[in-house]
Design a protein. Structure first.
Length: 272
């Protein structure tokens, strides 16, 4: 019995020594880790350049991992380039216009909402009814930002880019004609100058479509004013039925109407 007790006592002592040693090692290891963390925090606080480099490397590693999982390169900033706004965030009047145009022209309400907001803001600065601006876009391009006529009128407002290239300089150049917001702003500027030159909205629309030297405008002003009137009613909360959108290929566009000569067509824009 004495031998068994001695053996048991020895095992307990051995186990106690092992546990104490393990605790000591673990305690010291955690202490070292804590010191390392404190040192790293102090270093990164004192050296912002090191912190930034570390953050960049971490973000780069995370993006690489995400790209491997998704099978494509993520780009979180892509949403900033999208011309889109939630129509639910718009004032009631603007939301009504956006939904109505979306239904009629079969365009998503989000990009249309962004254009409606821009038309209201630009229209206020230019002292033009925003529904008139939207009506021109509807007739000109059916809200296709990449539309182009046979004579080179481009974008939502079908502006003759080569004639009004100077107006695109502040937006980075002529390729900005295909940015919806830029095209809208330039188109409104051209429209504003046309109306000022003609002395009336209808006369300005005739100049805008490039029919200044023609007896008529092929019904262009009537189409724009008709859509303008419908949009004005929608903006007031009236129930206005939609009809199938006009075929953009047969709708007169800026400078696309038949002119007596190339010189007369261009002359409609000279001096704007």
């Amino acid at each position: 019995m004495t031998a068994l007790r001695s053996a048991a006592q020895g095992l307990r002592t051995f186990a106690s020594d092992i546990a104490e040693g393990f605790f000591e090692i673990t305690h010291n290891s955690f202490a070292l880790v804590g010191l390392a963390v404190v040192f790293a925090v102090v270093t990164l606080t004192a050296r912002p350049d090191l912190r930034q480099a570390g953050e960049e490397q971490l973000v780069s590693w995370l993006q690489a991992r995400k790209a491997a999982v998704l099978g494509m390169e993520p780009e979180l900033e892509a949403v900033d380039r999208a011309t889109a706004t939630n129509p639910k965030d718009l004032p009631r009047e603007q939301a009504a216009v956006a939904y109505w145009l979306s239904k009629k022209y079969r365009v998503a309400p989000e990009p249309l909402s962004a254009l409606v907001v821009e038309a209201y803001e630009v229209g206020q600065r230019a002292r033009l009814d925003p529904t008139l601006i939207l009506a021109i876009m509807a007739v000109e391009s059916s809200f296709n930002p990449f539309a182009q006529s046979a004579v080179g009128a481009q974008g939502l407002m079908q502006v003759m880019t080569h004639i009004h290239s100077d107006k695109y300089e502040n937006f980075g150049g002529k390729l900005a004609a295909f940015d919806p917001v830029t095209n809208l702003r330039v188109g409104v500027k051209v429209l504003q100058e046309c109306i000022a030159r003609a002395g009336s909205v209808e006369g300005g629309l005739k100049l805008y479509v490039g029919a200044g030297n023609n007896e008529g405008d092929g019904g262009y002003a009537g189409k724009v004013m008709g859509e303008h009137a419908r949009l004005a009613q929608v903006a007031k909360g009236r129930a206005v039925p939609t009809s199938p959108p006009a075929n953009a290929s047969i709708v007169p566009t800026v400078g696309s109407m038949k002119q007596p000569s190339g010189e007369e067509k261009v002359a409609a824009y000279v001096g704007l």
